[in-house]
Design a protein around this ligand. Structure first.
Ligand SMILES: *[C@@H]1O[C@H](CO)[C@@H](O)[C@H](O)[C@H]1NC(C)=O
Ligand SMILES: *[C@@H]1O[C@H](CO)[C@@H](O)[C@H](O)[C@H]1NC(C)=O
Ligand SMILES: *[C@@H]1O[C@H](CO)[C@@H](O)[C@H](O)[C@H]1NC(C)=O
Ligand SMILES: *[C@@H]1O[C@H](CO)[C@@H](O)[C@H](O)[C@H]1NC(C)=O
Ligand SMILES: *[C@@H]1O[C@H](CO)[C@@H](O)[C@H](O)[C@H]1NC(C)=O
Ligand SMILES: *[C@@H]1O[C@H](CO)[C@@H](O)[C@H](O)[C@H]1NC(C)=O
Ligand SMILES: *[C@@H]1O[C@H](CO)[C@@H](O)[C@H](O)[C@H]1NC(C)=O
Length: 633
């Protein structure tokens, strides 16, 4: 008999909140940290084979080659004096009296800045030629004070980003500040009254149409510990400054003259359910491949997480058009916050600066696309980190793919495009279930770097071999990196850059099901029918292994009678019993998904006529699937 290979026109389509496939990745090059690193910060240059991992007392430089990884450690210890000081402070947390690396950023082609907590008095070092500590004239490692560059403790929230040789640091110390803290441009900071108690999450460069329009975004939570019960104690905020800001001439001389902030909401204006606390955010820049998007992971007061998507067009438009909170006069034509070079005739006047000084928050609240979180991503899993990629699919349409790290060390790979969100797969690369603490995506080499405090690894973005041998298995995966190559007869990576065969690749990423695999069916290896002969009084299970968790599985006897099955996460198992009396006949288990019907397994059951208990059950072929029988003698 041969496998059924049917395309049903009555395709059903539902948004499933669980990953469709689950993969344990055994071949990824995992590196373990013996004792765990309390905090891990990752840095990776797109296109390189190097990953910088900051931990406790050391910087690790990992070099990858295919599935191999080598590590070089650069010890960076806390100063003796600082450590002694730290330990003698009343109420000191002893574990914090060490050097935890918190900042790793590239300043220019030959220099990387590395800052650590240095037992409470932060310090920064420079890596020359990417591997060696820069030295001073006496041959000592060159170091500068990191007081305004990096946080003083491993647990303090902070964010940093380097742009054109300047470091921007956001620190949540006694006073929260956003500063340009190092580099050739004038060092600037926020006025104290601009930021309440801000806990910084991350920062991002948002390139403008021209270089002088580049902006730097900071994401943070404002925490109000004295808020009443009916008030929100946490709100997510987005602050931005212009790269070209050089401070004011007579007003705001040492401060940002372009700082504006906005409230970011993950929820709807009408629905009360809110995810207030921002955990992580990523900006997918506007480019050749599509519109800019902002993705954020937010947590509710109960700790459940959701993902919200924002159009960067809307965000930037809000900053360009909104009224300023509390400012009732008409805004000047040269709006506060506009990016203009320092000596331009359009430089903000004193009047404009005095508006920014007192009213740096815009009135428009930024709501997500669809006015709600991405429904499919409100799962039982708690998300900790997000990165995103943009992929040109087989028809050269731009698709977003999110990688969401969970608190159990898994990664959810998610297709997010138009109105559709699909959890393509859950990837398990690690041995220990610790929260994902860092991710870096390299679209050039097609790799994702992932770390927990115990392990770090890198994974291929296009892992098309996982979808295996048939066209429809490849197509149903809805993985925009992969398509069915009808000539090579395999599931292969689509190279978005080339214009060769990609357009011949078969893919079906949209919910409107269409039988793209028609005529490609012949590769299916007909499943051998398993013949089983059993004693009527014996107890027998028929397993039907699950692969896709989005399919519907059914057992049918002799092509008509349906039998219920017990789902256990791995199998839709037919157990004979009161509801399913044992009978002889042909039992088939099928899976239906997106209009495709697949026969997974089939058994021909015959009952022994004589009441002699059989010594064994004969199972012909299909060695993969075990038939478990317990003989009741
Ligand atoms: C790791 O080091 C070994 C020995 O020095 C070398 O042969 C190998 O190529 C290196 N692998 C990588 C990924 O750099
Ligand atoms: C790179 O940055 C470092 C540190 O700021 C600086 O000393 C060095 O001169 C810069 N090099 C170049 C080529 O700009
Ligand atoms: C970095 O590389 C350049 C060119 O290869 C070399 O001249 C310079 O001495 C190197 N610097 C250090 C600190 O190794
Ligand atoms: C915090 O909440 C209290 C009580 O409503 C309010 O008076 C105070 O202004 C709030 N603080 C901030 C920074 O919003
Ligand atoms: C989520 O958890 C609830 C309660 O523990 C459980 O009933 C439900 O099946 C879970 N959902 C998923 C998709 O695992
Ligand atoms: C795309 O096709 C054009 C015309 O055939 C060719 O000149 C170009 O090199 C191709 N580009 C790539 C990346 O293959
Ligand atoms: C794919 O789309 C991009 C951007 O829309 C365009 O620049 C490129 O030429 C397209 N490639 C092909 C093969 O159509």
């Amino acid at each position: 008999m041969r496998s059924l290979y049917l395309f049903l026109l009555s395709a059903f389509c539902s948004a499933q909140k669980i990953p469709r496939l689950k993969f344990t990745l055994k071949d990824s090059p995992v590196l373990s940290f013996e004792n765990g690193e309390k905090s891990t910060v990752l840095f990776h240059d797109a296109g390189s084979e190097q990953l910088y991992v900051g931990g406790r007392g050391a910087l690790r430089i990992l070099t990858y080659k295919e599935s191999e990884v080598n590590q070089t450690q650069v010890p960076l210890l806390a100063d003796e004096k600082a450590e002694k000081n730290c330990r003698s402070k009343p109420g000191a947390v002893q574990a914090e009296c060490d050097n935890y690396i918190r900042v790793i950023q590239r300043l220019n082609s030959s220099s990387i800045i590395v800052c650590g907590t240095n037992a409470g008095s932060p310090k920064c070092w420079f890596l020359s030629n990417d591997t060696r500590l820069q030295q001073d004239k006496r041959g000592q490692a060159l170091a500068i004070s990191g007081e305004s560059l990096a946080p003083a403790s491993p647990s303090q929230p902070a964010a940093a980003i380097a742009v054109e040789g300047s470091l921007y640091s956001a620190l949540s110390q006694d006073r929260s500040t956003i500063q340009r803290s190092y580099g050739p441009r004038k060092l600037l900071r926020t006025e104290d009254k601009w930021l309440a108690k801000a806990e910084f999450v991350t920062a991002a460069l948002v390139p403008g149409k021209e270089s002088h329009l580049d902006e730097i975004y900071f994401f943070y939570n404002e925490v109000n510990k004295t808020a009443g019960l009916d008030e929100e104690p946490v709100k997510a905020q987005l602050g931005r400054v212009c790269k070209v800001d050089e401070g004011g001439k007579s007003l705001l001389v040492d401060f940002w003259t372009t700082f504006l902030q906005a409230r970011l909401v993950c929820g709807s204006p009408t629905h009360p359910q809110r995810f207030n606390q921002l955990h992580d955010a990523v900006v997918l820049g506007e480019g050749r491949k599509g519109q800019g998007m902002l993705y954020g992971i937010f947590a509710s007061a109960w700790g459940t997480t959701a993902v919200c998507a924002y159009s960067m067009d809307k965000v930037t438009r809000a900053f360009k058009t909104s009224k300023l909170k509390g400012y009732t006069n008409i805004l000047p034509a040269h709006r506060p916050g506009t990016c203009v070079p320092y000596n331009s005739p359009n430089a903000p006047s004193k009047a404009v600066l005095s508006i920014i000084k007192d009213y740096p928050e815009i009135e428009t609240v930024i709501y997500p696309e669809g006015q709600r979180p991405l429904y499919v991503l409100q799962t039982n899993d708690t998300y900790t980190k997000v990165v995103a990629d943009r992929v040109l699919d087989a028809s050269n349409t731009s698709r977003s793919v999110l990688y969401l790290g969970t608190d159990k060390g898994k990664i959810h790979k998610v297709l997010q495009t138009g109105g559709q969100t699909v959890i393509i797969a859950e990837l398990s690369p690690f041995r220990r279930d610790a929260p994902i603490s860092g991710m870096a995506l390299d679209a050039f080499t097609g790799h994702l770097y992932v770390a927990t405090e115990f392990e770090v690894t890198r994974l291929p973005l296009a892992d098309c071999g996982q979808y295996r041998e048939t066209c429809w298995k490849c197509v149903l995966a809805k993985d925009p990196y992969c398509g069915w190559d009808p000539d090579g007869k395999k599931c292969s990576a689509i190279s978005g850059e080339s214009n060769d065969t990609a357009s011949n690749f078969l893919q079906n990423l949209d919910p409107e099901a269409e039988d793209v695999c028609e005529g490609a069916a012949e590769q299916v290896a007909p499943e051998a029918l398993k013949k089983v002969s059993v004693d009527p009084t014996s107890y027998i299970y028929l397993p039907c292994p699950l692969r896709s968790h989005h399919a519907i599985y059914t057992w049918v006897k002799d092509g008509s009678k349906q039998y219920p099955c017990a789902m256990d996460g791995h199998s839709c198992t037919l157990r004979f019993g009161e509801n399913a009396p044992m009978d002889q006949g042909l039992f088939k288990c099928t899976a239906t998904e997106d209009g495709y019907l697949e026969e997974i397994t089939a058994y021909k059951l015959t009952l022994n006529a004589a009441c002699i208990p059989p010594l064994s059950v004969t199972v012909a072929a299909g060695a993969l699937f075990l038939v478990v029988t317990i003989l009741l003698l």
